[in-house]
Design a protein around this ligand. Structure first.
Ligand code: TRP
Ligand code: ZN
Length: 899
């Protein structure tokens, strides 16, 4: 069969590089319309190389080679060969030599935002994963680690700030109004961590004294005029530095730590050594421009990039298959930081929600891959929810299985063994195994097997023996990934996972019952970690005077789908009484999902509107939930999470068989309206009670109260009468912070009405010069359920506030529409699919990484009815048929169509 999926690279083919590069001396001169790059590489033959006489083959992309010199001697024709993206040196090479290349590049025409590129205020770089080869010829792979110096030259008036990794070692003026600066990074690093900036920026400066007493200069650089939006990021940086010392004993190792914000950026941020480059979205915040969630995200992304300094930079990846070595571990670390800084329960719930909306669908679709894939066509496509979020879950499971103290010992051992090295996931697991003494051989299946395992748990109570028996079975059917491996004749044996199942047992009065397993002399505790290693296992708990309700998978202890036949009464009990915040929330989500699935069936049968599918008692459970926020010890933030019904995306994933997005939308909306009408009084009372008079602060308590208040507002809006409209309008008019303003605007935006149009117009008029707020304006429209959304999104593509070259704008308008608005994206007439296909094709010519992310919208096309499938296929085929399609998009579309 002919396949249109591009050529794959395999993990099994890894070989050490033929040469090592000791030092890199760069001279980068920014000129009008181009940049000139001179690179001197001190190379040595690698004694570990497979072929001791291999020639030197350097990567390069979109470079114009001007000259090559070997130890100063210009190489002539015949001594080197230039071919597609490679420079091969054929000249005889001594064991150690210096190769100097001079190339010109075109940063102004670099719309991919990989390598050196132009943004509004100057020039910036992005080298991960393979962007350095777009700056100069290099062995552009992470196991080549060198010491770098860079000298940057540019026009002084236009680009007064010149930055590089490490320490500034010289600067001066040049003829023609130009200037230069030289930076030296004392640490060896792979090329993907190189960065430089030449721009006009303002700077906020502060100091951090490390535990050993060294003073680190912290600097945040932003677009001129935006210094009043940097304070939160700076505070987050200093908190992160302190936390990593306190929790992991890890100290900042450089004298300068710089964060530069840029408006054009493909991802969230980048951990370049000492010179992080950030999407403005994760730096800039002021109470009137950023929401509570934005403030929280800034904390997390700043921490994430800072934590990479040890997990990623000091110890890096041998090859890109090991990406989760640094990303899974660093996400785990930023999650732990988030749990310490904000509410632990709410933070965990939000993570589980992300996992379910992004990672579970990925693991069930054509792009399924383990956290360490065996092959890829385009590495940029593997900066995925699986590598990041599931990767973090895998680290979390090690943490749960071996315990906090052994985990810390394992981290210490990992750094003791591998500081300064480029290593593999095995090396990390080995450190954890050696530090803890726990055999992790079976655990490593998490690195090689794709798919979300299903855990079937059944409980039985025997009053005569006072025993409660839990039967646990795991299922892990092959995914698209395994099917592909098999088709290629490379099938890997699959087997049971090793995972921690954290449980408790609740009595009828809500008490936590002591857990004594058969054969044990005394009850250990009211919560324990069951180590699951077999396809089927049984656990027998003794001395239980009553039938317990099991509280399973506490804290979401493993990334699995849990199947337990809870009754609605069990769920209501857990929802009200479980001591574990995640399980309390989960019981509510599970209850709502069961009800909504019945609702979906009712809508399909034409009887949805009767609401006969809503069980008696549900409204009371939700009333009690709302009331619990105001009881002593109540947690408004948690209640806000629990009031939110599972999203349409989560319901789509929970559907067995063919998905009916219209019925899902109808059922969810009907249940929201029902709750809104039945609990009108309590929602209004809570809304007024939760009014905050104190000055705005994004900290957890105030943000939690706001979250609950705005959750109430969104229900109140569903009543859709004059009174509720007045309330929305009033909040929109009087809000003194972006959280409240957006909550009102997004509620208004759900209805095609003059009030919506007026509010949107006023909002844009007020914020048109604040790019990140304009993104919110786009997204509130692209995610609206209002019937005219598809047409409005199309129209917005031509609006002056939209710019297809800016990833944030594309994500706000197009990706949010495709990924977070299933009702409209999956419109029965195929208009959503057509819109996505048009956008993918237009984007592919500009920015393949971003185009490929939009192409992922089609991952789940096989779950829908035949009519939708044929429309989605048409859209995919149209994209695939385009000539000059990027490898990025070709891989995604090829895999989607093969599925
Ligand atoms: N390493 C970055 C992070 O996780 C990710 C990243 C930033 C990235 N920019 C990128 C990955 C561009 C690929 C391409 O923090
Ligand atoms: Zn990262």
């Amino acid at each position: 069969m002919r396949t249109d999926t591009p050529q794959a690279i395999y993990l099994k083919d890894y070989t050490p590089p033929a040469f090592q590069i000791e030092t890199v001396d760069l001279d980068i001169s920014i000129e009008a319309g181009f940049a000139c790059v001179t690179a001197s590489l001190a190379c040595q033959r690698n004694p570990a190389a497979a072929d001791p006489s291999a020639s030197l083959v350097l990567n390069g992309e979109d470079l114009k080679l001007e000259s090559v010199r070997l130890d100063g001697r210009p190489l002539g024709q015949g001594e080197y060969v230039l071919c597609a993206d490679q420079l091969m040196i054929h000249a005889e090479l001594p064991d150690s030599f210096t190769l100097t290349t001079v190339s010109t590049i075109n940063p102004d025409g670099n719309t991919q935002l990989s390598g050196l590129y132009r943004s509004k205020d100057g020039y910036f770089t992005q080298c991960e994963a393979e962007g350095f080869r777009r700056i100069t010829w290099f062995l552009d792979r992470p196991d080549v680690m060198a010491k770098y110096t860079v000298t940057i030259h540019a026009d002084k008036a236009q680009f007064p700030v010149l930055l590089g990794n490490g320490n500034p070692v010289g600067a001066g003026d040049e003829e023609g109004g130009r200037h230069w600066a030289k930076w030296e990074d004392p640490f060896r690093k792979p090329s993907y961590l190189f960065a430089m900036v030449a721009a006009k920026l303002d700077m906020l400066e502060d100091w951090f004294v490390t535990k050993s007493g060294r003073k680190v200069r912290c600097a945040v650089y932003v677009e001129p005029g935006k210094l009043d939006q940097c304070g939160h990021a700076m505070a987050a940086l200093k908190k992160s530095m302190k936390w990593d010392e306190d929790v992991f004993g890890l100290e900042m190792d450089l004298d300068h730590y710089m964060i530069v914000a840029v408006g054009d950026f493909n991802m969230g941020a980048m951990e370049n050594k000492g010179l992080n480059i950030f999407n403005t979205k994760y730096v800039l915040a002021r109470p009137d421009t950023a929401t509570d969630i934005d403030f929280q995200n800034i904390d997390r992304v700043v921490a994430h990039e800072y934590f990479h300094n040890w997990t990623g930079n000091r110890v890096t990846c041998r090859d890109w298959f090991q990406l989760s070595l640094k990303e899974g571990l660093t996400v785990f670390r930023d999650q732990q930081f988030g749990m310490d800084m904000h509410s632990a329960g709410v933070t965990r719930i939000q993570e589980v929600r992300t996992l379910r909306t992004a990672q579970f669908p990925e693991d069930a679709g054509p792009m399924a891959h383990p956290i360490r894939p065996a092959s890829y066509a385009e590495i940029n496509n593997f900066y995925s929810a699986t590598v990041y979020e599931k990767g973090a879950e895998v680290i979390r499971m090690i943490h749960t299985l071996i315990g906090k103290d052994a985990f810390r010992k394992g981290m210490d051992l990992y750094f003791a063994r591998h500081d300064g090295q480029a290593v593999t996931c095995e090396d990390f697991v080995a450190a954890m195994q050696d530090a803890s003494g726990l055999d992790l051989t079976q655990f490593k299946r998490w690195y090689n097997q794709a798919g979300t395992p299903k855990l079937l748990v059944r409980g039985a109570y025997d009053a005569a023996t006072k025993r409660f028996t839990l039967d646990v079975e795991q299922q892990y059917p092959a995914t698209a990934y395994e099917k592909r491996l098999e088709a290629e004749g490379r099938a890997v044996a699959r087997g049971a996972y090793h995972l921690p199942l954290v449980i408790g047992l609740l009595g009828a009065d809500g008490r936590e019952l002591p857990l004594r397993l058969a054969g044990e002399s005394a009850a250990a505790d009211t919560q324990r970690v069951l180590s699951i290693t077999e396809d089927r296992q049984q656990f027998v708990f003794e001395d239980l005077a009553e039938a317990p309700v099991p509280s399973l998978l506490r804290g979401f202890s493993a990334p699995v789908v849990l199947d337990y036949p809870y009754s609605q009464a069990d769920l209501t009990h857990l929802m009200a009484r479980d001591s574990d915040a995640f399980c309390r929330w989960e019981a509510g989500q599970r209850l709502a999902t069961d009800i909504l699935m019945a609702g979906v069936a009712a809508f399909q049968a034409g009887s949805g509107d009767t609401l006969a599918w809503v069980p008696a008692g549900y409204v009371d459970a939700m009333r009690a939930l709302l009331g619990s926020a105001f009881a002593p010890g109540g947690d408004p933030a948690l209640v806000a999470e629990a009031l939110m019904l599972p999203s349409e995306v989560v319901l789509i994933e929970a559907t067995e068989g063919t998905v009916d997005p219209d019925a899902i939308h109808a059922a969810r909306l009907a249940l929201r309206r029902h709750l809104a009408n039945e609990l009108k009084g309590p929602f209004a009372a809570a809304y007024h009670e939760l009014k905050i008079d104190a000055p705005y602060s994004p900290e957890a308590t105030q943000a939690g109260a706001r979250a609950l208040r705005n959750a109430c507002l969104s229900y109140i809006a569903e009543v859709d009468d004059a009174e509720s409209l007045a309330l929305l309008q009033n909040q929109f008019d009087s809000a003194n912070n972006m959280t409240d303003s957006m909550a009102a605007l997004s509620a208004l935006a759900q209805f095609a009405s003059p009030a919506r149009d007026a509010a949107l117009e006023r909002f844009l008029a007020k914020w048109k010069d604040e790019a990140l707020v304009v993104d919110k304006w786009l997204q509130v429209q692209s995610t609206s359920r209002a019937p005219d959304t598809g047409a409005r999104v199309r129209a917005l593509l031509d609006h002056p506030a939209f710019d297809i070259r800016n990833p944030n704008k594309v994500y706000a308008l197009i990706r949010a529409f495709c990924a977070a608005n299933p009702k409209h994206f999956h419109a029965a007439d195929g208009s959503g699919y057509a819109l996505a296909a048009d956008a993918i094709l237009q984007l592919d010519a500009l920015n393949p990484q971003v185009a490929a992310r939009i192409a992922r919208s089609f991952d789940r096309w096989r779950k829908f009815d035949t009519q939708r499938q044929s429309l989605a296929r048409m859209a995919l085929v149209r994209v695939q048929g385009h000539d000059k399609l990027s490898r990025d998009v070709a891989e995604i579309v090829g895999k989607a169509l093969e599925s």
